[in-house]
Ligand binder design. Structure first.
Ligand SMILES: Cc1ncc(COP(=O)(O)O)c(C=O)c1O
Length: 362
């Protein structure tokens, strides 16, 4: 027994989240393709709104983010009072975990599900049950098999990070129908705007009439505002009201609210961002496959490349770094033989293609 303060049991067993690397020694401006950011940056309208907000930054933000709430509700045709805003959608997951998990409860997600769900669940001394994803995709039956009487939340991201796979609307309906009504189903749609597959559908309509679905979205991807940290969830009113009791009162900032409102109204920037991905995702995939690499089909703004083994993935990562390109090793997801590459601008994608072609030819 020591006298030093110690955190709750289990906290020190949590592997810290490692964000995308942003520096390479000796390279002044590396190409950072490691965090699935919008490589066009934020749009002009959001930048202007952010700059204009400087005259208000001495004031606390509106704790209900009323202006943003109304704009999001109008844009997606949702009831404003059912929205939960967070410091990124990451905070929405953390708040849900905090409000619904007691020690010994569990969350269920796919084997390669986004790490943020797990970290805050473990912080609540809950357990994390992972459903196998042999096809690199969350499977409804495998998820359901993990559900037991201590399961409080099932997390699905569609599209999913880091695999890029998605669940069809029919699959999400089936999962929801089979879940016990006391279990929350969180459908994380962070990459929704990049999807082109016709059998994907947003779960907003399904959530509208359900008492246990939360759909989350973020301003970090298509809107290019990752640095401002704004995300939201559309939840049953009772869930939104529960979260409002524990949420920090001013969890979304003044410039964040202003920039997000402007971004949502900037259809030209959203279109340019979507077009960039829809043009380059297939080109990048095809080019890398042409060099003999296995690239998973992706519905997001990134691709997952499966190398032969972990050693080859490390070598490819090192080679890309030597060319000033940063991608994301995903060993933390149990995918040590894979690299995740954000789809970038034309120049960036060409640089990746050239580097991978050279790497393949070595
Ligand atoms: C699947 C998924 N959900 C949520 C997020 C987090 O978004 P936010 O920036 O809103 O916290 C990410 C970020 O990479 C993600 O990949």
């Amino acid at each position: 027994m020591t006298d030093a303060p110690s955190p709750k049991p289990g906290i020190l067993d949590i592997a810290p989240y490692v964000g995308g690397k942003s520096k390479i020694d000796g390279v002044a401006e590396p190409m950072k393709l490691s965090s699935n950011e919008n490589m066009l940056g934020a749009g002009e309208k959001a930048r202007e709104a952010y700059a204009a907000a400087v005259s208000h930054i001495h004031s606390y933000p509106d704790g209900r983010a009323t202006k943003l709430r109304q704009v999001v509700a109008d844009h997606h045709r949702l009831e404003p009072e059912r929205l939960i805003f967070g410091n990124g959608s990451d905070e929405v997951f953390a708040l849900l975990n905090q409000a619904y998990l007691t020690p010994g409860d569990n969350i269920v997600t796919g084997q390669y599900g986004f790490l943020a769900y797990r970290i805050s669940a473990l912080g609540c001394q809950a357990e994390v049950k992972l459903a196998p994803e042999p096809g690199f995709k969350a499977e409804v039956d495998a998820l359901l098999e993990q559900v037991d009487d201590r399961t409080r939340i099932v997390y699905v991201s569609s599209p999913s990070n880091p695999t890029g796979s998605y669940n069809t609307g029919e699959e999400i309906h089936r999962l929801h129908e089979a879940l016990p009504p006391q279990v929350l189903l969180v459908v994380d749609e962070a990459y929704a705007e990049y999807v082109t597959e016709p059998d994907w559908e947003t779960s907003f309509p399904l959530a509208r009439d359900s008492a246990n679905i939360i759909v989350t979205r973020t301003f970090s991807k298509i809107h290019g505002l990752g640095g401002l940290r704004i995300g939201f969830g559309y939840a049953p009113l009772k869930v939104a009201e529960a979260i409002d009791r524990i949420r920090l009162p001013f969890n979304v900032s003044v410039p964040g609210i202003e920039a997000a409102v402007a971004a949502l109204g900037d259809e030209a920037h959203q279109k340019a961002s979507r077009d960039l991905i829809q043009t380059w995702r297939p080109r990048l995939t095809q080019a890398l496959r042409g060099f003999g690499f296995d690239v998973l089909p992706s519905a997001g703004n990134f691709v997952l490349v499966k190398l032969v083994d972990a050693a080859q993935a490390t070598a490819a990562n090192d080679y890309l770094n030597s060319k000033g390109i940063i991608v994301r090793p995903v060993g933390g997801y149990g995918l040590p033989a894979c690299l995740r590459i954000t789809v970038g601008t034309e120049d960036q994608n060409r640089a990746v293609i050239d580097a991978m072609s050279e790497f393949a030819a070595r």
